[in-house]
Design a protein around this ligand. Structure first.
Ligand code: TPP
Length: 277
C-alpha cells in the first residue's frame, strides 16, 4: 500500500477526522489526554498526509522510511489516530485505547508491537535523545537520506535532558533531524510562562546551533513550507516552533490547560463531535 498525499483542502478534512477519532477513543477509554492531541492534529495530518514523511503502511519497518519519534508520549491518541488513518492498522483498534493488553497503551510501548510506532515514550525529555541517536545513526553510520522527525511539547522543553540532546544535535550537525515543538503555552498545571518560562525559545534554540522556523501550527500552507525548509537546510538540525491552541476544534477545551490530561464525558464527547462535523 502506498502512502496517500492530500491537497490542503483534503488535509483539513483529514485533521478533522483525526480529531473525531481522538474524541471517540477518549470517551470510550474514559481516561487520557484531550488537549495536546486535538491541538496537534493539524501537524500530524501534515506530516503523514502532506507528503512530508516517507513511509509504507504495509511495510512499517521499510529501511528507507523516515522515522517519527513522539517524545511527548502522553499525546499518543493523535499518533494512534493518524497511524490508523494512514493504514498501519485497522481503525476499529482505536477503540481499545488504554484497555488491558492493548497495543494502544496510554503511553506508547513499542514492545506491544503496534505497526508504525518507532519508540516507547511517556517519561518526558527522553524521546528527543532517542531521536538524536537515530539521526546520528542515519547520517554517520547508515549514510542514508531518511529523515528523523521528533515531536516535543513546550512544557517538555523544561526537562534538562532536552537541552543535552539539543546540544548534541547542533554539535553533530544533524541536518537529517527536524524537531517540532508544540508551542501551545499550556502544560499539565498551568501556562508555561508562569510555571517555568521558555521565551525567547527561538533564540535559545538558535544559540544551540539549530535552524529555527516559527509557524502557525494550524496553517497547512505554513506547515508544509516549514517542513520543506527543514529538509533543505544543510549542516544544522531544524526546530519548528509551531504555535498551536490546546484543544483546538472543541470550543470548550480551547486554550484551557485543565484539558491537558482528562477525557470528555459521553455528553461532552457528543458536543465535541457535533462541533467537529
Ligand atoms: C519526566 C516526567 N515528568 C512528569 C511527567 C508528567 N507529565 C506528563 S505531561 C506533562 C506536561 C507536559 O506539558 P507539555 O509538554 O506542554 O504538553 P501539553 O500540556 O501541551 O500536552 C507532565 C508534567 C512525565 N510524563 N514525565
Amino acid at each position: 500500500m502506498e502512502q496517500r498525499v492530500l491537497s490542503v483542502h483534503e488535509l483539513r478534512d483529514m485533521a478533522k477526522e483525526i480529531r473525531r477519532d481522538i474524541i471517540r477513543m477518549l470517551v470510550e477509554a474514559k481516561s487520557g489526554h484531550s488537549g495536546g492531541p486535538l491541538g496537534s492534529a493539524d501537524i500530524f495530518a501534515t506530516l503523514y498526509f502532506g507528503g512530508v514523511m516517507r513511509y509504507r503502511p504495509d511495510e512499517p519497518l521499510w529501511t528507507d522510511r523516515d522515522r517519527f519519534v513522539l517524545s511527548a508520549g502522553h499525546i499518543c491518541p493523535v499518533l494512534y489516530a493518524t497511524l490508523a488513518e494512514a493504514g498501519f492498522f485497522p481503525k476499529a483498534e482505536l477503540m481499545t485505547l488504554r484497555k488491558f493488553g492493548t497495543r494502544l497503551q496510554g503511553h506508547p510501548g513499542r514492545d506491544m508491537g503496534l505497526p508504525g510506532l518507532e519508540t516507547s515514550a511517556g517519561s518526558l525529555g527522553q524521546g528527543l535523545s532517542i531521536a538524536v541517536g537515530i539521526a546520528i545513526g542515519g547520517k554517520y553510520l547508515a549514510k542514508s537520506d531518511w529523515h528523523v522527525f521528533a515531536f516535543c511539547g513546550d512544557g517538555e522543553m523544561q526537562e534538562g535532558s532536552i537541552w543535552e540532546a539539543l546540544m548534541a544535535a547542533g554539535y553533530y550537525k544533524l541536518d537529517n533531524l527536524t524537531i517540532i515543538i508544540d508551542r501551545n503555552y499550556c502544560q499539565i498545571d498551568g501556562r508555561t510562562e508562569q510555571v517555568m518560562g521558555l521565551d525567547p525559545l527561538g533564540e535559545k534554540l538558535s544559540a544551540f546551533r539549530l535552524h529555527v522556523v516559527e509557524a502557525n501550527g494550524h496553517d497547512f500552507d505554513a506547515l508544509l513550507s516549514a517542513f520543506r525548509e527543514a529538509r533543505s537546510v544543510k549542516g544544522r538540525p531544524t526546530a519548528i516552533v509551531a504555535r498551536t491552541i490546546m484543544g483546538k476544534g472543541v470550543s470548550f477545551m480551547e486554550d484551557d490547560y485543565t484539558w491537558h490530561g482528562k477525557p470528555p464525558s459521553k455528553e461532552q464527547g457528543e458536543r465535541a463531535l457535533a462541533e467537529l462535523q
